[in-house]
Ligand binder design. Structure first.
Ligand SMILES: NC(=O)c1ccc[n+]([C@@H]2O[C@H](COP(=O)([O-])OP(=O)(O)OC[C@H]3O[C@@H](n4cnc5c(N)ncnc54)[C@H](O)[C@@H]3O)[C@@H](O)[C@H]2O)c1
Length: 421
């Protein structure tokens, strides 16, 4: 068979929940379609890798497909390899793709290693905790003509894309006041989260509130100017202390207010499977307008004769991610979770394709041209397009550690975050 030089070889760093639920099944489908080549997955230890390799869900959906594990599957479960990803990335030929799916506070280290080895990057949100780090990543990627995509998959939800188009066409007037929430299941407290979701590393606003802050910016184009967040602490089963709940307020440059409620506390046996949604009240010329997204209940209810998912009744979201029958082997991923991964992978390929027959400075200029077009369109989140998120994260982390003291974001002369006196 002729070698396909446009295929990307992929290294995934992190083998936890998001890799299992969304990233790896999406990559398997792209591999089956010939978009990507081999897949390597590197984790801190072999335990999550064995779970991925032995998953009956993947065996049914992607028969005959697999990944190469680092460390190997038969390595002792308690042996940790925190730096192994450096070797796995270094062994990848330049111009391929590193997918970053490690805990929030580890993203920056893996992204920098990937860029320094001339790899494109697809990273889960939030990119990094500070604006300065986002700028550094943006400059490093620009200097080398590499794509960095941040996986804010809600951007690919049709309702968000439609709202963006209509808002920017003036159909809603100006956003004035609103609320967003994302409450993840209580059982997260018993997962690997308890090992890293501590007060120093993250909080529910940073972890999932960022999705809705990004969406309001994505829809309206408004920039945030002030953030305050209060958290409620709790103790994980292993004794670690973290914020279990957080409530934030974001003030936007037109004076609009968004309150954001987040937590690890949706009842495990409720229909959910989490609780989430966005309401934006808007106004113009003596009229009101509204954008309201119920992102929890998408109109599908399943009652099962078994309890394979732990409960017998569920609200199901066919919009985010499902593996469904198709006219091919196994099952096919559908939903904005898949489309987001696909969109970011295809962007990295487009960057390579633009420079396929060029060398040196000409190749670099061609790659930068594609990167500039991606940022101009603003549909894919990149460090060059979505850095307001890092300003908000930086402000939120300052504020939550000071019991909700507001942090201001100033843009002139350069973007800066400062606590209110
Ligand atoms: N809705 C979303 O967009 C969404 C949902 C879930 C998670 N996430 C993000 O994905 C990231 C991971 O979350 P998760 O739920 O999969 O967490 P998790 O705790 O289930 O998994 C983390 C994984 O990272 C690996 N890891 C940690 N340190 C490593 C290192 N030094 N080298 C290699 N691997 C290492 C662990 O082995 C584990 O497999 C977080 O940043 C989270 O915010 C995003």
């Amino acid at each position: 068979m002729k070698e396909d030089r446009t295929q990307l070889e992929v290294v995934v760093v992190g083998g936890g929940m998001i890799t299992h639920d969304q990233i790896l099944p999406s990559l398997y489908h792209l591999q089956r379609e010939g978009v990507i080549g081999s897949i390597k997955v590197c984790a801190l230890n072999s335990t999550p890798l064995r779970a991925l390799a032995e998953s009956s869900r993947f065996a049914e959906a992607f028969p005959g497909q697999g990944f190469e594990a680092f460390p190997p599957l038969d390595s002792p479960p308690d042996a940790a390899y925190p730096d192994l990803f450096l070797e796995v990335i270094a062994a990848l030929p330049p111009g391929n793709l590193v997918v970053v799916a490690v805990p929030d506070h580890v993203h920056g280290r893996v992204i920098r290693a990937a860029l320094e080895h001339n790899q494109h990057v697809l990273t889960v949100k939030p990119l990094v905790p500070t604006y300065a780090e986002a700028t550094e990543i943006h400059e490093l990627a620009q200097a080398r003509g590499l794509f960095v995509g941040v996986e804010y998959h809600k951007r690919f939800d049709r309702r968000a894309l439609d709202a963006r188009g209509l808002y920017r066409a003036g159909r809603f007037g100006q956003f004035r006041c609103g609320e967003a929430k994302m409450i993840e299941p209580y059982c997260y407290r018993h997962s690997n989260f308890q090992n890293w979701f501590t007060k120093d590393n993250s909080d529910p606003f940073t972890y999932v509130g960022c999705h809705y802050v990004d969406l309001v910016h994505f829809i309206t184009g408004l920039r945030p100017v002030e953030v305050s967040v209060r958290g409620i602490e709790g103790t994980f089963p292993n004794g670690n202390v973290g914020y279990m709940w957080a409530q934030g307020q974001v003030v936007w440059e037109n004076g609009a207010l968004l309150s954001v409620t987040d937590g690890l506390g949706y009842p495990d046996e409720a229909a959910g499977t989490n609780d989430q949604g966005l309401v934006m009240y808007c106004e113009a010329d003596d009229r009101a307008a509204i954008i309201k997204h119920d992102d929890q209940y998408r109109g599908v209810q399943h009652g099962y004769v078994d309890r394979l998912v732990g409960v017998a009744f569920r609200f199901v979201s066919p919009d985010y991610f499902r593996l469904v029958p198709w006219d091919g082997d196994g099952l096919k991923p559908v939903g904005y979770g898949f489309e987001s991964i696909e969109g970011l992978v295809q962007a990295a390929r487009r960057v390579n394709a633009a420079a396929a027959d060029l060398q040196g400075e000409e190749a670099l200029a061609a790659r930068r041209q594609v990167l500039a077009e991606i940022d101009d369109r603003g549909v894919l989140a990149t460090p060059g397009d979505s850095w307001i998120n890092e300003l908000v994260t930086e402000a939120a982390r300052l504020s939550i550690a000071r019991n909700g003291r507001p942090a201001r974001i100033e843009y002139i002369p350069t973007p800066t975050v400062r606590l209110h006196d």
